[in-house]
Design a protein around this ligand. Structure first.
Ligand SMILES: Cc1cc2nc3c(=O)[nH]c(=O)nc-3n(C[C@H](O)[C@H](O)[C@H](O)COP(=O)(O)OP(=O)(O)OC[C@H]3O[C@@H](n4cnc5c(N)ncnc54)[C@H](O)[C@@H]3O)c2cc1C
Ligand SMILES: NC(=O)c1ccc[n+]([C@@H]2O[C@H](COP(=O)([O-])OP(=O)(O)OC[C@H]3O[C@@H](n4cnc5c(N)ncnc54)[C@H](OP(=O)(O)O)[C@@H]3O)[C@@H](O)[C@H]2O)c1
Length: 247
């Protein structure tokens, strides 16, 4: 059951004609980096709500959500149209287990995202814990087109602060982009190109991997990581692969 309260849009940043970041002021429960809230709008005679991961860190008071308009989707194209001062429903309660609490210790953490699933990783990276628990942090962001690589300035602050420990590896799959890796994440894991690029080995003894976004990417990347000896992380049987699918 949702517990809707009214929030207020303070900004809607349009990155492209499909990608946007909604900033919302609302008095909701505290969350942990990696968790998600729910946004809703009145459509017909009901509130249509969907989950969205927090992009802001828990200590930041304005809540931010990074989204894409899905063609014919009931909610996402309407959220794209919201403007400053517009009301939006937000669930007071937060949810989700895609958090560092659920990830065992390791030397290296790999964060694999497609599209808007970059969001929860930004929240985690803006929080302190990941920097005190892991030595090497690799953020892998896969998009179709180079212009969908949003939040470059935010990512640059992590690179500048932690040049020896943090790497961002972009993948652009549907056009050539010299600075990015071509193709898809699982193929680059299986061929060894990703390890070569980062100079870090995927090894169950020291790697933890968090996967978020397109469920096919999550499944295929999990299979590729299993080939490297990593296994699914479960509370009753800790492993190295922690996942969240967006649909
Ligand atoms: C735990 C969780 C967290 C989520 N967090 C986010 C988030 O932070 N940002 C975000 O954009 N979406 C997120 N989503 C997806 C989001 O809840 C909506 O599904 C999405 O915004 C589309 O809403 P819709 O009502 O327009 O269409 P829906 O009816 O909800 O979706 C229709 C179809 O759109 C596609 N789709 C859905 N979401 C995406 C996406 N993000 N990227 C590409 N294709 C997609 C799928 O094929 C899906 O079947 C999350 C989903 C879950 C389960
Ligand atoms: N981005 C656009 O230009 C565009 C255009 C029209 C509509 N849309 C809408 O946006 C949604 C898609 O959004 P999106 O582009 O953010 O997400 P996406 O389709 O999930 O693609 C994001 C990245 O994930 C990769 N990927 C897909 N399946 C994978 C798998 N099995 N293993 C590994 N990687 C995989 C894609 O590679 P591939 O490119 O190889 O698939 C791409 O690099 C669609 O629902 C559609 O409605 C987007």
């Amino acid at each position: 059951m949702s517990n809707w309260i009214e929030g207020k849009v303070v900004r809607n940043r349009h990155w492209t004609e499909m990608l946007y970041s909604l900033s919302i002021e609302a008095d909701i429960d505290p969350f942990i980096a990696g968790q998600y809230g729910r946004l809703g709008l009145n459509i017909g005679d009901q509130i249509v709500g969907r989950p969205y991961s927090f992009v802001n860190a828990p200590h930041e008071s304005t809540h931010e959500f990074y989204s894409i308009t899905v063609q014919d989707g009931p909610l996402s194209p309407r959220l794209y149209e919201l403007r400053e001062s517009d009301p939006v429903w937000i669930d007071r309660r937060v949810n989700g287990f895609f958090t560092l609490n659920e990830v065992p210790d390791g030397r290296d953490i790999w964060m694999f995202a497609t599209g808007t699933a970059l969001g929860p990783f930004l929240s985690i990276l803006k929080s302190g814990e990941v920097w005190s628990r892991f030595e090497n942090i690799v953020l892998v962001h896969a998009v179709r087109h180079a212009r969908e690589l949003s939040y470059r300035d935010t990512i640059r602050t992590f690179e500048n602060r932690h040049p020896e420990r943090f790497q961002m590896i972009p993948f652009v799959s549907r056009e050539p982009a010299g600075f990015a890796m071509p193709g898809r994440i699982p193929a680059a894991i299986l061929s060894g190109r990703l390890e070569e690029k980062t100079g870090i080995e995927l090894d169950p003894a020291c790697s933890q991997a968090m996967l978020c976004g397109n469920p096919d990417m999550v499944a295929d990347t999990r299979s590729a990581l299993k080939e490297k000896g990593l296994k699914k992380n479960l509370r009753r049987s800790p492993g190295q692969i922690t996942t969240e699918s967006y649909w």
